[in-house]
Design a protein around this ligand. Structure first.
Ligand code: HEM
Length: 67
């Protein structure tokens, strides 16, 4: 909810690019009820693992060959 309204991530970084526009022009104007429904849907999805470019986690292993 906080991210959808502000664009601020848990690490304090602010979101960039198209996602910033998505929040400023879209998500931040939705009702709390709609944002709660989006968050509930996302949290209900099973977690997936995949290589992430520019990895921040010290525990994950980058695998750029798979891109
Ligand atoms: C309900 C719709 C959406 C949800 C719930 C959502 C959620 C998110 C979240 C949680 C992140 C942060 C990922 C992270 O850094 O940990 C993110 C990033 C991003 N999203 Fe979305 N997103 C949505 C729609 C969109 C749309 C429509 C676009 C493109 C038009 C978009 C483009 C991006 C981009 C480019 C980033 C990376 C931004 C950055 O690195 O600062 N997203 N999104």
């Amino acid at each position: 909810m906080f991210f959808f309204k502000t664009g601020l991530k848990p690490d304090g970084d602010d979101v960039q690019g198209h996602m910033r526009e998505t929040i400023e022009d879209g998500l931040s104007h939705l009702s709390d009820e709609d944002l709660t429904a989006i968050a509930a849907y996302l949290k209900a999805q099973p977690a997936i693992r995949h290589p992430v470019r520019g990895l921040k986690s010290a525990t994950a292993t980058p695998s750029y060959d798979e891109w």
